[in-house]
Design a protein around this ligand. Structure first.
Ligand code: GLA
Length: 386
């Protein structure tokens, strides 16, 4: 990462002719708690070592100039006359600038150069990583403080209102607040979190199916709408409830007839997933990795059958991992409709498991999977260039 940061700094000097500071924000893998964040529920992600770097330096005017090394494109934006979304990568950059300014944080113009080693659109939060790293860079350039939780909320807002994806706060939160060696148990209602240490004998194995289904964004928003519909219908029986967080499995079963089957299934996933997150946290803290793995496997089944956000390729990868010695549990991670699985694996078995997964996936699905052994990293911050 430091070598890459130096290279990006070089590129920056070459393009813009002055010395930058370097901000970094990571992607994430979610151990458990999928589609619970926008239902005021619980999630348990960890920040990754894969990250986005932003080299930045202030300008005397109020213009932003952003160069993406990944796309090899430059885009400009005038903070005095903010334009709307262009439906491309720069929306994540300028959307964040707009939301920071709307929150009363007055920015300088800035030159930015952006690089990432996160696979794009693989469900590892490349979007949150660019948003949070840009927020860090813009605030640093303007000599303003980076308050991780409020900034995470503003980045979420940029994605909701500027990009048009109604995501929850999990990805931006863990990208801003991640803690090395730990997953975070985030309460998405109170926005408080606690560290959940990942034991030294465990490895988080991420397998990328390399499948990304079209319309994933539309399907995501449709799941969110179904959850809101569930709350509206359940409120008739349960009184004023704000979110599915306020519903128990018993409430849900007792009111099954009030909900269309599809909405019932969506709600059952969210309500049961919240319980599984807390069970997984308890299990990880007490060293009961078998119980944690069981919760992960059950989470996958619930995403597949009730929430219907998996696809044959990730189902294949999760099932293949679940059957292997040394694997405690395996599930799809992230928004769904393709992307990655995460498996909780005994350290001594991780290489064997990785190899088998890649081989089985090639034979079973005729595709190439990439596997990464991940260590939980720290959230956003400055990278020292010396
Ligand atoms: C995406 C969203 C998150 C969350 C997950 C599903 O990553 O950005 O807010 O809803 O999907 O858990």
């Amino acid at each position: 990462m430091v070598a890459m940061a130096r290279e990006l700094a070089h590129e920056f000097v070459f393009r813009f002719g002055h010395e930058p500071k370097m901000s970094r924000a990571p992607g994430r893998v979610n151990l458990i708690g999928e589609h619970t964040d926008y239902n005021d529920g619980f999630v348990m992600p960890a920040a990754l070592e894969f990250a986005t770097l932003v080299a930045a330096a202030p300008r005397a005017d109020r213009r932003l100039r952003a160069y993406s090394m990944t796309m090899d494109e430059t885009r400009e934006f005038d903070l005095e006359a903010p334009a709307g979304a262009r439906r491309e990568w720069s929306d994540y950059v300028f959307g964040v600038a707009v939301m920071l300014e709307r929150s009363g944080r007055r920015l300088n113009g800035a030159d930015l150069a952006i690089w990432t080693d996160l696979p794009l659109g693989a469900g590892l939060s490349s979007s949150a990583a660019i948003e949070v790293s840009v927020a860090h860079a813009l605030l640093t350039s303007a000599d303003l403080p980076f308050d991780p939780v409020p900034v995470a909320k503003l980045c979420q807002r940029a994605e909701n209102e500027f990009v048009g994806m109604r995501c929850g706060v999990m990805d931006q939160y863990v990208s801003a607040c991640g803690v090395k060696g730990n997953a975070l148990l985030i309460d998405c209602r109170s926005l408080e979190s606690r560290n959940v240490p990942i034991a030294p004998n465990l490895r988080l194995l991420v397998a990328n199916s390399n499948v990304r289904h079209q319309h994933a964004g539309g399907e995501y928003n449709a799941r969110r709408a179904a959850c809101e519909e569930g709350v509206r219908l359940l409120a008739r029986a349960l009184g004023p409830i704000a979110a599915l967080r306020d519903v128990t499995l018993a409430d849900l079963e007792a009111n099954r007839k009030r909900l269309p089957d599809l909405v019932f299934g969506r709600c059952r996933h969210v309500v049961s997933e919240n319980e599984r997150v807390l069970e997984a946290e308890r299990a990880l803290r007490s060293g009961d990795f078998v119980a944690c793995g069981k919760a992960m496997n059950a989470s996958h089944a619930s995403m597949r059958d009730d929430f219907e956000i998996t696809c044959p390729e990730v189902d294949f990868l999760a099932a293949a991992a679940q059957g292997l010695r040394g694997v405690y549990g395996s599930r799809m991670t992230g928004g769904g409709f393709g992307g990655c699985t995460v498996s909780l694996v005994e350290a001594s078995e991780v290489e064997r498991v990785s190899q088998i997964l890649v081989d089985d996936y090639r034979v079973g699905c005729g595709r190439k999977a990439e596997v990464f052994v991940c260590s939980p990293s720290a959230g956003a911050g400055l990278v020292r260039l010396e």
